[in-house]
Design a protein around this ligand. Structure first.
Ligand SMILES: CC(C)(COP(=O)(O)OP(=O)(O)OC[C@H]1O[C@@H](n2cnc3c(N)ncnc32)[C@H](O)[C@@H]1OP(=O)(O)O)[C@@H](O)C(=O)NCCC(=O)NCCS
Length: 225
């Protein structure tokens, strides 16, 4: 069977890291997916990004849908998260054309479920009974507890550790090396700062940081970068 072609939405950072992991999986013999390039509104078409071309801008999604390509979205920020999610949803990519990629070096309990467009990086450990929404990104060495329910577009940075029975709204960011106590509710677009230890619920758009984490500020609704 020939590989299905993925185009990354985004650039250096989330997109290039996931593209590298897809290439690494192929070197290990897992060839369901191949990554062929990026769509990026801030780079020139044809530009090279770590060995893969920028194939166009987000306006070109339909052209590549017509060619049979699949997509992974990586365009997220802590501030302006809602607008970025809205921008992605407006592209109208059907769920069946969102690639779900799980690196072969990740551990996933058999009854974990993944929404389309979700990417799981190497050395992630996912416990049983957890449900991922659409387009969640889980970076290297993150550990995810059992029976969590994650909304769409959640982002778990490298080495983060989330407890069990969490209810997590869409667009949440758990920072690098942060820990989240079990049984908490994390509101839509809320953020746990890097290295923080969260022991309280967070409401929508709240950013908490420190150990124990305290409320820092609200995430901005507008785009800042
Ligand atoms: C929490 C976070 C969003 C705050 O960003 P910010 O609003 O720009 O905050 P600032 O850097 O202006 O810092 C504001 C205050 O919060 C403190 N602070 C910021 N991040 C903190 C953290 N993670 N833990 C503890 N304190 C933190 C700062 O020391 C500063 O304190 P002060 O006012 O007493 O000097 C950011 O620091 C963070 O942790 N981002 C996540 C990074 C990450 O996970 N990256 C993954 C890469 S893919």
């Amino acid at each position: 069977m020939s590989s299905k072609q993925i185009i990354m939405l985004g650039g250096v950072g989330n997109a290039s890291v996931i593209a590298a992991a897809i290439k690494d999986a192929r070197r290990r013999g897992y060839d369901e997916w191949d990554v062929i390039g990026y769509l990026n509104d801030r780079m020139q078409t044809g530009e090279d990004l770590e060995g893969l071309p920028v194939l166009g801008t987000l306006a070109d999604v339909q052209k590549f849908l017509d060619k049979g390509c699949y997509f992974i979205n990586t365009i997220y920020r802590i501030d302006g998260q809602d607008l970025r999610i809205e921008m992605f949803e407006k592209l109208g990519i059907p769920d069946e054309r969102l690639a779900t990629f799980i690196h072969p070096l990740a551990y996933s309990a058999g009854n974990t479920t993944f929404g389309p467009g979700t990417a799981i990086m190497p050395h992630v450990s996912l416990s049983s009974g957890t449900k991922f929404g659409r387009c969640c990104l889980v970076f290297a060495n993150a550990v995810v507890g059992h029976n969590d329910v994650f909304g769409d577009h959640c982002h778990f940075a490298a080495q983060s550790c989330t407890g069990s029975y969490l209810k997590v709204g869409r667009g949440v960011h758990v920072g690098m090396n942060a820990s989240v106590r079990e049984n908490l509710t994390l509101g839509e677009c809320s953020v746990v700062g890097m290295g923080s230890v969260l022991i309280s619920d967070m409401k929508d758009y709240e950013i908490w940081a420190g150990n124990p984490a305290k409320f820092l500020r609200l995430a901005k609704k507008e785009l800042t970068s």
